[in-house]
Design a binder for this molecule. Structure first.
Ligand SMILES: [Zn+2]
Ligand SMILES: [Zn+2]
Length: 353
């Protein structure tokens, strides 16, 4: 079968690899329909390895490079291993990329994403979603309802991460929310906050096309820090208070600092951005104004909620999909398109068939 294999930094090859064997007990074999390209895929490609084990085997799965990449997938069950219940050949599913040890305190308390030895589909697992087929554990799989297409189904994984952020931020109808950075994750966080009924959801962004997409997806306000004073504008929007919740989705030193400032007294700052190095935050401001800062990583445990939210007609998933490409175009149109034409690309989906 065809698969995209990470060999090293800037060395990802689409090549023929052996088919996965019949799934072992508790596992399912999935035929991939679509797989989205994620920001972490770009980090692995351009500056990796980040999560891919290269020098030593992964402590849980023993996987090491070269590995098949990809983790934002939808697909169809084509075989089931012994002991698998609730799934049958032909079922349409999505897959949570997190694989835990099942033994540590985090795995035993329902927080597998925090597992000390956590493994991820597409970086430390025996298969990735940028391939025709792969085996995964049944506990990673969730049914996709008929009302969600395979293409939009590939958005479940990244959207679930933003559902977690709005859950952590306890966003509800009384909240004025700001999303800092309207890239793929920021735009999904905007949708998640809107679907949770936030009073206002403002997008903070400088890029023209992203500002437009934010408006289309329901942003009540768009703040452009290159053209206006964002703090002044925030106070105007929120009747002098600042935002109840700010979700940082840009991962830059400047945006971290700004996100902290836009948060009101006793407000919540949720950090989703992936930072290349430590970023500054005014801790004295946090102390005096008693602001709370939380990190938020992956949507583990929230897939049912996420899928239910995506059946809401206000979830305009199609607006986020800006490209559909075959696996052969992964590096050129896929990675390079997202890295060097950020303005015109939000989410690129890849079909391995
Ligand atoms: Zn992802
Ligand atoms: Zn564990």
């Amino acid at each position: 079968m065809k698969a995209a294999v990470w060999y090293g930094r800037q060395d990802v090859r689409v090549e023929d690899v052996p088919n996965p064997l019949h799934p072992p007990p508790e596992q399912i074999q999935v035929e991939v329909a679509w797989c989205g390209i994620c920001g972490t895929d770009l980090h692995e490609y351009i500056g990796g390895p980040v999560y891919i084990p290269q020098d030593a085997p992964h402590p849980l799965t023993s996987v090491r490079a070269p590995v098949i990449v990809g983790h934002e997938m939808s697909g169809r069950v084509i075989a089931v291993g012994d002991g698998v219940q609730n799934f049958a050949v032909g079922d349409r599913i999505v897959v949570c990329p997190i694989i835990g040890c099942q033994q540590c305190r985090w795995c035993r308390s329902g927080s597998m994403a925090q597992c000390d030895k956590v493994a991820f589909l597409g970086s430390s697992w025996w298969g990735g979603a940028l391939s025709e087929r792969l085996n995964v554990y049944a506990y990673q799989c969730f049914h996709l309802p008929d009302t969600i297409s395979d293409e939009v189904g590939a958005l479940v994984e990244p959207f679930s991460a933003t559902v977690r952020a709005v859950t952590t931020g306890k966003i509800g109808p009384d909240d004025n929310v700001a999303i800092v950075g309207a890239g793929p994750i920021g735009l999904m966080a905007l949708l998640a906050a809107t679907l949770r009924g936030a009073k206002r959801v403002a997008a903070v962004e400088v890029a023209h096309r992203r500002k437009e997409t934010a408006r289309k997806l329901g942003a009540t306000d768009v703040i452009d820090p290159a053209k206006e004073d964002p703090e002044k504008r925030a106070l105007e929007i929120t009747e002098g208070e600042g935002f109840d919740v700010v979700v940082e989705c840009a991962g830059q030193p400047m945006t971290a600092q700004l996100a902290g400032k836009l948060t009101r007294t006793r407000g919540r700052l949720i950090v989703m951005g992936v930072f290349e190095k430590p970023a500054p935050l005014d801790l004295t401001d946090l102390v005096f104004r008693e602001k709370t800062v939380s990190g938020s990583m992956s949507g583990y445990g929230l897939y049912d909620d996420t899928i239910r939210m995506m059946t809401d007609p206000r979830f305009k998933g199609e607006e986020l999909i800006t490209g559909r490409i075959p696996l052969e175009d992964l590096v050129g149109k896929g990675y390079h398109g997202l890295l060097y034409e950020k303005e015109s690309n939000v989410k690129t989906l890849v079909s391995p068939h």
